[in-house]
Design a binder for this molecule. Structure first.
Ligand code: KIV
Length: 270
């Protein structure tokens, strides 16, 4: 498994690969593809749990799904994404919630959607031995305050604020930084400025690594964001398999002889 130190040392040298997973079989597939990091994203809210946004996702849900992923993942670094309001309100409660991900669920690190309110918390968590991945730019937990899943860092002032926060989180001890939906030239500049790896999503090609949501990457999402690409058509493949199953049951071709067993002794009874 790459340690957070190894991930940190990839900055500027080797690309960091990260994808989300929310369950054990998916984690195994993601790992077989050679992913460096599996993020148990709070995107599970939309992608897997049927919520309209990530806001309703609970600490228990993230802990449960992180446990499933961590039990399956032998090679990749497992990062638990802390849900809305589970951190940043009270320090003790934040530490308790983040600590659960390592102690109970088996995560290697946590990710915090970051802002001015997470600089001191990041330092505290790192002091306590909880590695932190920071996340700036579009932070979907603030969707109501932002007015939508909009591009961030598009004005000089906003870009400067993101850069300042990126530096502050690096200084606080974060081992990496996700940059979401920011201009490619801003992400390139931040990547140059920091020693820790930047991991982009909708942030152009010059970050140290890239992350996508599993369902977007494999072609399962109905409404993927504009910056995602599907590298397959899993929806079509799954639909094909499911149509085949329904058709076979309805036509009586499944189960066939090879799927059934007959006990000779029972012939006398029935
Ligand atoms: O929740 C998530 O999956 C994320 C990634 C998109 C970075 O935060």
């Amino acid at each position: 498994m790459p340690s957070v130190t190894e991930i940190r040392s990839k900055a500027g040298s080797e690309p960091v690969t990260m994808l989300t997973a929310y369950d054990a079989p998916t984690a195994r597939l993601v790992e077989e593809a050679g992913m460096d990091i599996i993020l148990v994203g709070d995107s599970m809210g939309n992608a897997a749990l049927g919520y309209e946004s990530t806001l309703p996702v609970t600490v228990d849900e993230v802990a449960s799904h992180t446990g499933a992923v961590a039990r399956a993942a032998e090679e990749a670094l497992v990062v638990a994404d802390m849900p809305f309001l589970s951190f940043g309100v009270e320090t003790a409660e934040s530490v308790h919630n983040c600590g659960r991900m390592l102690k109970e669920a088996g995560a290697d690190a946590v990710k915090l959607e970051s802002g001015p309110h997470t600089v001191d918390l990041t330092e505290r968590l790192v002091q306590l031995g909880i590695p932190v991945m920071a996340h700036l730019g579009l932070t979907p937990q603030r969707v109501n305050e932002l007015g939508g899943y909009t591009r961030q860092g598009t004005t000089e002032e906003d870009a400067a604020e993101i850069l300042d926060l990126a530096r502050a989180h690096e200084d606080a001890g974060a081992f990496s930084l996700v940059l979401e939906h920011v201009p490619a030239n801003l992400a390139a500049h931040i990547t140059d400025e920091l020693d820790i790896p930047t991991i982009g999503i909708g942030a152009g090609p010059d970050c140290d690594g890239q992350v996508l949501v599993f369902h977007d990457a494999v072609g399962l999402s109905e409404n993927p964001p504009p910056f995602a690409t599907a590298f397959g058509n899993a929806r079509e493949e799954l639909q094909h398999a499911l149509d085949g199953y329904v058709g076979a049951v309805e036509s009586g071709t499944f189960p066939a002889e090879e799927h059934s067993h007959v006990e000779e002794d029972l012939d006398e009874l029935y």
